[in-house]
Design a protein around this ligand. Structure first.
Ligand code: SAM
Length: 254
C-alpha cells in the first residue's frame, strides 16, 4: 500500500469516528492524562505559538492552549477538526485549524513554534518516516527554548500486559460500546521506543521528561471513584513497563 492509500484509509477512519471520538476516547482518558502529563504540565512555559500535529478533536490544544497567543492545529480529518472547533469554542479558545496532511504541512510552514505537540499521531505514519518527521518538527521549534511533547503507544512485549489491566479494560466503555467497529481500522502500530529516542537524538533534541503508563479505560461516564482509584493503582503498580509513553524534549539550553 502506498502512502496515498495509507493516508486515505486513515482519513476515512478518523472521519467515521470523529463525532464520537472525544466522548469515547479523549474524555475518559482524563484520569490517565493527569498521571501521564502532570510533570510536563509544570514544565511547559507560556509563549507565542503552539502547533498541534494530528490535533484530532483538540485534546492538546484544550490542555495547553491557554498558555499561548496563537494556536494552530493540523489534521487531515474534517470531522475531527469540526469536533475540535466545537470543543475549543466551548472553552473560549481560538485556533487556526488546518485540514491538511501533517507531513505536507510541516514541510510548508516556516513558523517557529514555542511548543509543538504530537500526541497519538506518529503511530499513524510509516515507521521509516518517523526520523524525518521528528527532524522537521525540531527545526520548527523556536531556539533555544522550544519544547516538543510526543506521546504515543509504544511496542512492548505483549506478555508484559498485567492480567489485571487486560481484565479491567475488557469491561471498559470503549469495548462495551463497540466503538469504531463499523469502520475498517487504519494501518497503525505502536512505535519503537528506541526509534523514537534515536530520532530525537538525531534531531538534536534533549529529553527532559519521560513518563510511561498502560492504557487503562474507565467503566463509567463520567468515571466513578473506582475508575479513578483503579487507574491510579495500575499506573503506580505497573506503569514503568507501560505501553504508552510521553516525552517532553527541548532544543537545548534548559
Ligand atoms: C489517535 S488520533 C489523536 C488525536 C489527538 N492528537 C489526541 O491526542 O486525541 C490521531 C489523529 O491524527 C490524524 N492524522 C493521522 N495521520 C495524519 C496525517 N497524515 N495528516 C494529518 N492528520 C493525520 C487523524 O486524523 C487523527 O485525528
Amino acid at each position: 500500500m502506498d502512502w496515498q492509500q495509507h493516508r486515505d484509509k486513515d482519513k476515512r477512519y478518523h472521519d467515521a469516528i470523529g463525532a464520537e471520538y472525544h466522548q469515547i476516547v479523549v474524555t475518559p482518558r482524563a484520569i490517565l492524562d493527569e498521571l501521564l502529563f502532570r510533570k510536563i504540565d509544570r514544565i511547559v512555559r507560556a509563549g507565542n505559538r503552539m502547533l498541534d500535529i494530528g490535533c484530532g478533536t483538540g485534546h492538546m490544544l484544550l490542555r495547553f492552549g491557554s498558555f499561548f497567543r496563537e494556536l494552530t492545529g493540523v489534521d487531515h480529518s474534517r470531522t475531527m477538526l469540526n469536533a475540535a472547533a466545537d470543543n475549543l469554542a466551548e472553552k473560549n479558545l481560538k485556533a487556526e485549524l488546518i485540514e491538511d496532511d501533517a507531513l505536507q504541512f510541516i514541510t510548508k510552514t516556516a513558523q517557529p513554534y514555542d511548543f509543538i505537540t504530537c500526541v497519538g499521531f506518529l503511530h499513524h505514519v510509516p515507521p521509516d518516516t518517523i526520523p524525518s518527521v521528528v527532524k522537521r518538527l525540531a527545526r520548527l521549534l523556536s531556539s533555544p527554548t522550544g519544547h516538543i511533547l510526543i506521546a504515543e503507544p509504544i511496542e512492548v512485549d505483549a506478555s508484559l500486559l498485567p492480567e489485571a489491566i487486560a481484565n479491567w479494560n475488557e469491561l471498559s466503555l470503549a469495548v462495551r460500546n463497540r466503538y469504531s467497529r463499523a469502520v475498517e481500522d487504519p494501518d497503525e502500530a505502536p512505535i519503537s521506543r528506541d526509534l523514537l529516542y534515536d530520532s530525537l537524538h538525531e534531531a538534536g533534541l534533549k529529553v527532559l521528561v519521560e513518563k510511561r503508563t498502560w492504557e487503562v479505560f474507565p467503566h463509567n461516564d463520567p468515571p466513578s471513584l473506582k475508575d479513578k482509584m483503579m487507574t491510579r493503582y495500575f499506573k503506580f503498580r505497573y506503569g514503568f513497563s507501560g505501553n504508552v509513553m510521553a516525552v517532553l524534549a527541548t532544543v537545548g539550553g534548559d
